[in-house]
Design a protein around this ligand. Structure first.
Ligand code: SF4
Length: 410
């Protein structure tokens, strides 16, 4: 299998894959995209084995509901690709892999309309060669409207089940514009029409980057395919612990170790599961036999250092790997983020925090209440902005407590 290795960690608008790994400070990063957001437990065990045997044992859950194996040597890549190919987790070519960015509601039932539509959308992306021209960050979300909804996550095209239909939203500068509804069997045509209309415009990275005149043009192409927009509840988001016959378990900053992933698969099997669903919150969901089995799984996950409660202070912090994993960083972003979690509790700081190894801000693109950006071994302090916001000062990594002095209550 051919491998085009890229070393563009400073470039926005590009993500690693199995067929196009990315060079990072700790070796190659390989991002594995689950099909319709789901890995079987056998696949999870195989991924854990590959991460431990061929990588450095670090596994990341990404914000786009994918899983990353880190720290590969170039010589190990062919074996990894062959093994993933045997599991059916490799696309026909790097371009097809890059455009398969489909997030699926993690609790969407097996055989449900949501999963059928997700499968059909993935098949469309694999078969329509013009869609290979889509930018690699162009993505879709397909939501079930249930208690763990991903409809609030930003995607270029959003589908959300409402009653027997799907409501359709397109991203814009202000967020998702919900346009109308369609029947499940029309959803793929609507998605295809929207993607082709986007490609008919001058090249841009995302739908939201289009000038308003082009956004209106894309919306006007899609809207005739839709019926009137029904009212629906657009709330949702991550839920940890027991939730509707499943459990949600988060990894601190999205980082798991290979042996943890293996243990989690064993615990999930004991709880009656045969698959693991990924979500955009660096959280996995596992359906369980009953509440007692779910609680046993949660106890086991918590004992492994994973997060099982929504009020865990680490959840309010986003942090990229930083040094030494990423060559763009001069600071240990995740180590310092753990200290920030303890300090935030001690200082009664209730706002959101983003600790970033550099200004690229891989861990979070939205603003946070407090942002620390690595800068030659120290941190720039930014408030209520992204990593690109104006810095008020520089602090040393061993003086992080001082950043809470200005806004003690967030
Ligand atoms: S934000 Fe973090 S992971 Fe991204 S390039 Fe900078 S240091 Fe590396």
């Amino acid at each position: 299998m051919a491998a085009a290795i890229e070393a563009r960690s400073g470039v926005k608008g590009w993500c690693p894959g199995v067929l196009r790994p990315m060079q990072s400070g700790d070796g190659l990063i390989v991002r594995v995209r689950p099909r319709i957001g789901t890995f079987s437990l056998d696949e999870v065990r195989a991924l854990a084995d590959l991460a431990g045997r061929l990588g450095n044992g670090h596994v990341d859950l990404t914000r786009r509901a994918n899983l990353q194996i880190r720290g590969l040597e170039e010589e190990a890549l062919s074996e990894l690709q062959a093994e993933l190919g045997r599991l059916g987790l490799v696309d026909s070519d790097a371009e097809s892999e890059a455009v398969r960015n489909v997030m699926v509601a993690p609790l969407a039932g097996i055989g449900s309309g949501v999963r059928r539509v997700a499968m059909a959308v993935e098949a469309l992306l694999a078969s329509d060669r013009r869609l290979l021209d889509l930018p690699t960050k162009f993505g879709l979300s397909i939501d079930d409207g249930g208690p763990v909804s991903i409809a609030g996550e930003r995607a270029d095209i959003c589908l959300r089940a409402v009653g027997n239909d799907f409501v359709v939203g397109l991203d814009s500068r202000e967020g998702t514009r919900w346009l109308g509804a369609c029947a499940p069997n029309a959803a793929v045509n609507v998605v295809s029409t929207a993607m082709h209309a986007f490609l008919d415009c001058a090249p841009h990275r995302r739908l939201r980057d289009l000038p308003e005149v082009d956004q209106v043009r894309v919306q006007a192409t899609v809207s005739p395919l839709l019926s009137e927009l029904p009212s629906f509840d657009g709330t949702g988001g991550r839920v940890l612990g027991l939730v509707q016959g499943a459990v949600g378990i988060a990894a601190p900053f999205g980082r798991l170790e290979a042996f943890h992933l293996n243990q989690l698969a064993d615990l999930a099997a004991m709880a009656g599961a045969d698959e693991m669903r990924l979500s955009p919150w660096r959280t996995v969901y596992v359906t369980v036999r009953d509440a007692a089995a779910g609680r046993a799984l949660l106890d086991g996950a918590e004992a492994m250092g994973l997060i099982v409660r929504d009020d865990d202070p680490v959840l309010r912090i986003e942090a990229c790997p930083g040094a030494p994993d990423c060559t763009s960083s001069s600071v240990d972003a995740r180590g310092d983020a753990r200290r920030m979690a303890s300090l935030a509790v001690a200082k009664s700081f209730t706002g959101s925090i983003h600790v970033s190894g550099c200004a690229k801000g891989c861990a979070r693109s939205a603003p946070s209440d407090l942002v620390l950006v690595g800068n030659v071994g120290r941190y720039q302090v930014i408030r209520h902005a992204t990593t690109r916001g104006p810095a008020e000062r520089l602090v040393d990594a061993d003086d992080l407590a001082s950043v809470f002095l200005e806004t003690p209550h967030g």
